[in-house]
Design a protein around this ligand. Structure first.
Ligand code: MD6
Ligand code: FE
Length: 212
């Protein structure tokens, strides 16, 4: 659980267009996790393959009109889950409500996400530095919700080699980024072992996007 001291700090600007909202999702954590269960009972977590043929250590699922997928052909958004040959589950109302509220709190009042990528990290899972650039329209921000075990989020610049900030994200934290920061490189360091009261040895991250 985030400390009250951290919750009291309120929004923390991390770069132009990017804001860290400590504890923003805490009041909704159980509703969000119930919705994760619902989505992944239909579209299970799976380890995607990168275009280079590597198995990602993070397991993923999606909900919404489109979902982000990766395979030997590349990265893309797809209206169907390739594992099931069926549309992705609809975005649960608590997901959409939280994403819209967080975006508004960060200065993006018109955010209307059509995709939510759900990432599951177990200890040692990591996400190397990348840009989110498979979306058609970079004018919409991305809203990222962290649940479960803490993780160190790397937040870099517009070039891969630029220096990175390291944000220690904990259960309930939300990061919103867009505008001048929309194409910044970012990643997640290898998850440390631990036990979270609601999630055990896992971190769940939700990233909401406007993909189309
Ligand atoms: C994660 N997040 O925190 C991975 N992308 O598990 C992302 O890759 C991400 O948190 C764009 C914007 C915010 C993010
Ligand atoms: Fe990303």
């Amino acid at each position: 659980m985030a400390s009250l001291a951290q919750f009291d700090e309120g929004p923390r600007p991390i770069a132009e267009g990017a804001v860290w909202l400590p504890g923003f999702a805490l009041p909704d954590d159980r509703a969000l996790l119930a919705a994760v269960e619902l989505v992944t009972a239909t579209a299970p977590f799976r380890h995607l393959e990168t275009p280079g043929g590597l198995r990602m250590s993070v397991a993923m699922s999606n909900c919404g009109a489109v979902g982000w997928v990766s395979d030997r052909r590349g990265y893309r958004y797809d209206s169907r889950d390739p594992l099931r040959g069926a549309p992705w589950p609809a975005m649960p109302p608590p997901f959409r409500a939280l994403a819209r509220a967080a975006a508004a709190a960060a200065g993006y009042p018109d955010f209307d996400p059509d995709a939510c990528l759900i990432n599951r990290y177990r200890p040692a899972a990591r996400l190397s530095l990348h840009q989110d650039r498979d979306e058609q329209d970079f004018s919409a921000p991305i809203v990222s919700v962290s649940l479960g075990l803490p993780a160190v989020f790397q937040f870099g610049g517009l070039k891969r080699a630029d220096p990175v900030q390291r944000l220690p994200l904990v259960h309930g934290d939300v990061v919103v980024w867009g505008g001048a920061s929309r194409l910044r490189f970012h990643g997640v360091l290898a998850l440390k072992d631990g036990q979270h009261p609601l999630l055990g040895a896992q971190r769940i991250n939700l990233t909401f996007r406007r993909a189309r």
